[in-house]
Design a protein around this ligand. Structure first.
Ligand SMILES: [Zn+2]
Length: 85
């Protein structure tokens, strides 16, 4: 007689918090390729402080460093302003 007792598979760990996505569409965020300060692969992206860094790396970094303001999103452009000229 065989008893098949399988250990229950560990449930995948849910993310602690949703990763907030950054808005880095402005021209100054793009330059020549340099090594990302976080993953060391090349990227044309720049943070507001001029650090070469992937947006995805930043989003993960921000998720791991809540409260830090090293990498921030662009301020929203006034596309929905009420004051039309
Ligand atoms: Zn990176």
């Amino acid at each position: 007689m065989r008893t098949r007792r399988r250990p229950a598979p560990a449930p995948p760990e849910p993310p602690a918090a949703p990763v907030p996505l950054l808005d880095w569409r402005d021209g100054p965020h793009f330059a020549w390729h340099e090594r990302c300060v976080l993953c060391r692969k090349t990227t044309p992206l720049r943070s507001h402080a001029g650090e070469a860094v992937h947006k995805t790396c930043v989003e993960l970094w921000n998720a791991e460093h809540p409260g830090e303001t090293r990498f921030v999103s662009d301020p929203p452009k006034g596309g929905k302003g009420k004051d039309h000229a």
